[in-house]
Design a protein around this ligand. Structure first.
Ligand code: SF4
Ligand code: SF4
Length: 119
């Protein structure tokens, strides 16, 4: 998986950034933390988040290191099939197909991985 390969320009075009694929995925685990205040009480809340959302990596300064859906999709694929393998010697995908069945625009991560493997 070459980070700078032009292949990454070809997979994200129809992605709606809806996040459904990540919410359906049994191995996706990204979350957000927020502090909420009510009167004199406060509570820290952890809620699901998605690397498919434009705001996911947006910093307080306004800078976003993954400012395009191309970069977000590359991260999703690289995380599951490259970085996770490098760090834990396993892919972060169990092959369940839930993301494929649920994607409203029929993006198929199996096809993406197959195509990448042929580069
Ligand atoms: S096929 Fe892989 S990426 Fe898709 S939902 Fe299942 S585990 Fe997640
Ligand atoms: S479910 Fe499909 S359209 Fe929605 S974020 Fe995932 S790949 Fe993009």
């Amino acid at each position: 998986m070459n980070f700078d390969n032009p292949f990454w320009n070809t997979i994200h075009g129809k992605c709606l950034a809806c996040g459904t694929c990540t919410y359906m995925c049994p191995t996706c685990h990204c979350f957000d933390i927020s502090d909420e205040v009510k009167g004199a009480d406060g509570v820290r809340i952890r809620s699901w988040d998605s690397c498919m959302f434009p705001m996911f990596t947006k910093e307080t300064s306004g800078h976003n290191p993954r400012s395009s859906q191309k970069e977000r999709w590359r991260q999703r694929a690289m995380h599951k099939f490259k970085y996770y393998v490098d760090n834990f010697n396993a892919i972060a995908c169990v092959g369940c197909g839930r993301c494929v069945m649920s994607c409203p625009v029929n993006i198929d991560i199996r096809k993406i991985v197959e195509d990448i493997s042929k580069l």
